[in-house]
Each structure stands twice: as structure tokens, then as C-alpha cells.
Design a protein around this ligand. Structure first.
Ligand code: FEO
Length: 172
């Protein structure tokens, strides 16, 4: 059986991961609208990874004979103006998710739920990668400013991002 307080924060984390998928899909829709299909691809891959993050938590709760509690997902932010603004919003969001994962880790430690503490290590490492991926795009956008030709090439590069599935059995 899983500790109830830990189960609550894990369920809340599922909601945050699915919200993240929603947010990145909204960003993808913006990029489709302005014809930046590579940027849109990058966001769609990100959205799929977020669904995986949610499902890994889901399957972990099931394995611990806990109760999955799916709650209302907020409408995502849709105030988008340009690639830099969108990636800065993404970075801010990922930092928020990192803080939330760190809280799951410290809560599981406080409650002596060492199985969850061990499980959440995968998310701690994943968040380092998540923030770095977004930061890499921000650095490139900063480097060439308003150069349209460079933006065209970056769009091509981001179009090559491929989705790699993550599952609970794959990480445990
Ligand atoms: Fe699942 Fe982007 O954090």
C-alpha cells in the first residue's frame, strides 16, 4: 500500500504532466498557424513525452495498489507572440515542474516512503534534460535574433526531433 499523502502528491503530479501536454499542444498549434512546422513538431513530441510522464506515475500508483485520481485539467495559456517568448514560457513551466518533482521527493522522504523516493529519481534526472532541451533552443534563438534565414534552418532542425516512448516498465 502507498502512503496517502504521497499518493495525493503523485496524483497531483499526474495532473501537472497532462497539463504540460496540453500546454505544448497549444504551442504546437501556434507554430502550425504561423508555418513553423519544425517548431510544431518539437512541441508535439514534447506533448507526447508529457503524456508518458503522466502514465508512468499512473502505472506506479497502480503497482503500489493505490488509487489513481484524475482531476480537471486547466485550459492552457494561449498568449503566444513569437518563438523566443514561447520557449521562455516553456522554460518557466519546466522550472515549475522541477520544483513540483522535488516536492514529491521530499514528501516521500518525510513519510519514509523510500520506494517512491527511489522511483522519483527518474523524474529528477528527466527534469534536468527537460530544462536543458528548452534552454538549448533559447540559446540558438538568442544567437541569431531576427535573422529569418537562421530561423528557417532552426525550424528544419527542430523538425527532426523524434518521439521515443517512455513507460513505467522501461524505467523501473
Ligand atoms: Fe514532464 Fe516537461 O515535465
Amino acid at each position: 500500500m502507498i502512503n496517502e499523502k504521497v499518493q495525493d502528491v503523485l496524483n497531483s503530479q499526474i495532473n501537472k504532466e497532462f497539463y504540460s501536454a496540453y500546454l505544448y499542444l497549444a504551442m504546437s498549434a501556434y507554430f502550425d498557424k504561423v508555418g513553423l512546422y519544425g517548431f510544431s513538431n518539437w512541441m508535439r513530441v514534447q506533448a507526447k513525452e508529457e503524456v508518458d510522464h503522466g502514465m508512468i506515475l499512473f502505472d506506479y500508483i497502480v503497482e503500489r495498489d493505490g488509487k489513481v485520481n484524475l482531476t480537471h485539467i486547466d485550459e492552457p495559456d494561449k498568449e503566444f507572440t513569437c518563438p523566443m517568448q514561447i520557449f521562455e514560457k516553456s522554460l518557466e513551466h519546466e522550472k515549475y515542474v522541477t520544483d513540483s518533482i522535488n516536492c514529491v521527493a521530499s514528501m516521500s522522504e518525510d513519510e519514509c516512503d523510500l520506494a517512491t523516493r527511489h522511483f522519483i529519481d527518474w523524474y529528477i534526472s528527466e527534469q534536468v534534460e527537460e530544462e536543458a532541451n528548452v534552454m538549448n533552443v533559447i540559446k540558438k534563438l538568442k544567437m541569431f535574433g531576427d535573422d529569418k534565414s537562421a530561423l528557417y534552418h532552426l525550424d528544419k532542425e527542430l523538425g527532426k526531433r523524434e518521439y521515443k516512448t517512455h513507460t513505467y516498465s522501461g524505467i523501473s
